[in-house]
Design a protein around this ligand. Sequence first.
Ligand SMILES: Cc1cc2nc3c(=O)[nH]c(=O)nc-3n(C[C@H](O)[C@H](O)[C@H](O)COP(=O)(O)O)c2cc1C
Length: 518
Amino acid sequence: MKKSGAVFMAVIMMMSLCACGNSDTGQAGESAGGNGQAEIGREETDDMVRSDTEGESEMNVVEENDAGSQTAVQLPEEFILIQGGTFQMGSPVEEAWRSEDEVQHTVTVSDFYMSAYELTQAEYQEITGENPSTFSGEDLPVENISWLDAVSYCNARSEREGLTPAYTVNGADVTWDRAANGYRLPTEAEWEYACRAGTTTPFNTETSISAEESNYYGHYPYEIEDNYFSQGNLTTKPGEYRQTTVPVTSFSPNPWGLYNMHGNVGEWVWDYYGAYNSTNESAVGAEEQTDPTGAETGTLRVYRGGGWNDFAKNMRSAYRAALAGDKGSFNIGLRLVRNAVSGSGSVASAGMEHTGSTGGKVLIAFFSWGGNTKGIAQEIQAQTGADLFEITLVDPYSNDYNTVLDEAQRDQNEQARPELAVHVENMEEYDTVILGYPNWWASIPMPIASFLEEYDFAGKTIIPFCSHGGGRFGQSLTAIAKLVPDAQMGEALSVHYSSGSDLPDEITEWLKTNGVIE
Ligand SMILES: Cc1cc2nc3c(=O)[nH]c(=O)nc-3n(C[C@H](O)[C@H](O)[C@H](O)COP(=O)(O)O)c2cc1C
């Protein structure tokens, strides 16, 4: 472990040691009580204790079809009617740690049913016969599934239960039949509407959410970044980092009876990642949207809510995470939805095919502050013989650890683009860029953003590798994907600090997975 890592670890440990309960924050659901928009009765939600994860205990619900006649639909009992309404989607400009893509706009959503819980491993396994999860437990949320896996699960379960599948899947192209009564993913708007449950605060607890109220990287509560050295201003002090998912019934539900909308696992939603106001047919030229379904084309799918490995800032109700639809993560699962009113028409996913392919001429580009990433880059260079390029700054960060922590969070908060000192003159010759960086505040250091914005990566493959002090990738893969949506992403590698003697083998295997070496 190199110096920078050791010091960061020491600070983390110190923070863990002093982590204490947060007596200021109330329990989710208790403080908010009723709400004006959706009438989810407290009697209904408080009794919603999931007795088992096996067997389909169902309830009858009367559904009105287009012709106005009523038909009974069968729903698993943990599904909650979310009554439609109008809300402000996105975050206000003054919200701390918001991103520019959270532009606030007025959205109306229709009624829908949403599962009170994230989908469990037992439920996933029962339908697919498989359990790809990193952590193991029947009542833990399934994770490590791609968006395409999630969509396939929805269809398979619909078929098992005699419902009309919501999706037609043709390779990576998926079309959603909005009239189908089967299981489906929520739209991004439905997800945020349900998560907020009438709240307008960064979290649906209306307070800065604590590790006693949700499962996240509890050492890093909301606004820890800018209050790292003097934590007196923090509403919520650092708490437990569980380093695992927890049962889907954990903690109090939000005011509408939904559990773990913040934390545990991020949740795939239907939408392609894109700007809110320019891509949806019902949104052309308009701020206001009704039942939006996201960008019409794209390369990334959105997932929401944050997971066990996320900092609080990345669990906010408005935070938008994104990843390629064929990739999974131990931090991402899903929550099911069914129509309460029949939608009409279909939404095709005219996904832009990635033209990039791994191979061709390879460049290893990296930014390193303390040397760990540099050491990993050099090992990759030794194994591939590829060109090596160090990203350096005109105005370098301080050599002092405490100072760089502050500089880095400031740059991230401001979304700064530090000026690069050197440039790749022949970028057009490279087909694959292996991109290395340290995890800084659960994301990329801003010099990586400067680098990615300097060149055209369309058609190229980017293979990220990240040196970290315990936070793995954080949200760095989302940050990269958003910056270069036209590039193909290879399988990423995270390395704990500089790793140990296993590093060469780890790298060999990873390079083979990516087809860089044979
Ligand atoms: C400014 C700064 C922020 C950091 N933030 C995180 C973090 O959020 N999560 C994490 O796991 N490690 C974090 N670390 C630790 C580094 O990711 C880790 O020490 C890494 O090995 C450093 O790589 P380098 O030596 O190439 O700079 C941070 C380190 C610094 C200097």
